[in-house]
Design a protein around this ligand. Structure first.
Ligand SMILES: C[S@@+](CC[C@H](N)C(=O)[O-])C[C@H]1O[C@@H](n2cnc3c(N)ncnc32)[C@H](O)[C@@H]1O
Length: 210
């Protein structure tokens, strides 16, 4: 099964999945938006059914908000929610050619980077699309090499692989790009049906010149 098939199959019950797993993405976003100012152009990557888009629209009623996701069914659900100005079906393993350089003030990339085969490519695309001074809110599933039973390098949803990263690896990926990291914290992202408390690295970074 591909990640697209996985999320297509979950699209109509995604809100229930968020609730059942106590996924903290929407809450973390809400808590960290005060650091963001008043963006006029926002991109929500891996937007799913618009659960984070609803938070963004509530906070920034006048902003132009774009949602991007690989799952067509998630995009259909997001369209019904009416919180985005623009929705794009796109695989974020490929360059985001639909979005112009320096056109966004805020990019949200929560809850999906563990599915990417080349997260560095996406980080480069985000720095291309963010204006200088723009903010990136990002998460990765976290790997703890000293306690791999609690936070393994890889996990699976069915046959779909999630690859986790150490907080140092996340810092190094960001250092290779023009970002200043304002915050990098570890929090439990969600708790799976089998009781796995999945740790996430959450980041707030600001696009620098250069
Ligand atoms: C766990 S949901 C997270 C949704 C939302 N960002 C949040 O944090 O609540 C992961 C979403 O990322 C999308 N996704 C996964 N891999 C992707 C890729 N390569 N390109 C675009 N979207 C992807 C999935 O389709 C799914 O809608």
């Amino acid at each position: 099964m591909s990640v697209r098939d996985l999320y297509d199959s979950m699209a109509q019950r995604y809100d229930a999945v968020v609730e059942a797993t106590s996924y903290i993405g929407p809450d973390w976003l809400e808590r960290n938006l005060p650091q963001v100012g008043s963006p006029s152009a926002v991109i929500d990557l891996g937007c799913a059914n618009g659960s984070l888009g609803a938070v963004l629209r509530g906070r920034f009623p006048e902003a132009c908000i774009t949602g991007v996701d690989i799952s067509e069914r998630m995009i259909e659900e997001a369209r019904i929610r009416e919180v985005y100005d623009r929705l794009i079906v796109h695989d974020l393993n490929a360059p985001l050619v639909q979005i112009e350089d320096s056109s966004a003030d805020l990019v949200v990339a929560l809850g999906f980077c563990e599915f990417l085969s080349e997260p560095e490519l996406l980080l480069g695309e985000i720095s291309r699309t963010l204006a200088v001074g723009g903010v990136l809110l990002l998460s990765f599933q976290e790997y703890w090499p000293d306690r791999p039973a609690e936070a393994p390098r890889t996990t699976r949803s069915g046959s779909v692989l999630h690859k986790a990263y150490t907080s140092l690896e996340v810092s190094e990926m960001l250092k290779a790009q023009p970002y200043s990291v304002k915050k990098l914290v570890s929090e439990t992202g969600y708790v799976s049906g089998s009781g796995f408390a999945c740790p996430y690295v959450f980041v707030c970074a600001v696009r620098q010149s250069g």
